[in-house]
Design a protein around this ligand. Structure first.
Ligand code: 5GP
Ligand code: ZN
Length: 113
């Protein structure tokens, strides 16, 4: 999608602090971190939201979770972490390219607001 912020970040057209990338996913630091570790994991493919996951693209989601787990190992997040997806308006989604927040480095609260 040409007018999508995260597509542009994935293509390197908008700068970001990329910490990992491969042919399927890009991981970069959130511009407004909510925890000492706050990464965003996105597929390169433009999938608008979790509501748009289907049989054809769901392998990307599994890959994102595998990358998240590997990054958590590398970052030594032994005390745990949280992976969050906000879906559409009531979920609090503000960027319409599916993304998963990886949050860690402090005790996270539950339930969310
Ligand atoms: P959402 O609210 O859609 O779940 O999450 C969107 C996230 O993207 C927010 O945490 C926000 O801080 C982050 N974000 C928005 N614009 C940018 C940007 O230009 N660069 C980076 N690195 N993060 C962004
Ligand atoms: Zn996009």
């Amino acid at each position: 999608m040409t007018d999508c912020l995260f597509c542009k970040i994935a293509k390197g057209e908008i700068p970001s602090e990329i910490v990992y990338e491969d042919e399927k996913v890009v991981v970069f630091k959130d511009i407004n971190p909510q925890a000492p570790v706050h990464l965003l994991l996105i597929p390169r493919e433009h999938i608008p939201s979790a509501d748009d996951i289907n049989e054809e693209n769901s392998y990307l989601i599994g890959h994102i979770f595998l990358v998240a787990k590997r990054l958590a190992e590398e970052e030594k997040l032994d005390q745990g972490y949280r992976i969050v997806n906000n879906c559409k308006d009531h979920g609090g989604q503000t960027v319409d390219h599916i993304h998963f927040h990886l949050l860690a480095g402090r005790q996270l609260l539950w339930p969310p607001g």
